[in-house]
Design a protein around this ligand. Structure first.
Ligand SMILES: [Zn+2]
Length: 47
């Protein structure tokens, strides 16, 4: 599991990959502000 930080509102959220595909191109929608951001560049921590 990854801990992601939104580049816009700086909130952190957990992300669980549901398959084994590489995360390079994956996008997460921030649960706080709704911004879509790339996972790879915004990993705060690997849990
Ligand atoms: Zn956000």
């Amino acid at each position: 599991m990854l801990l992601l930080r939104c580049p816009q509102c700086k909130q952190t959220m957990k992300y669980q990959a549901t398959d084994n595909k590489p995360v390079e191109k994956k996008v997460k929608r921030c649960v706080y502000c709704g911004k879509n951001f790339k996972i790879r560049q915004n990993v705060e921590k690997i849990l």
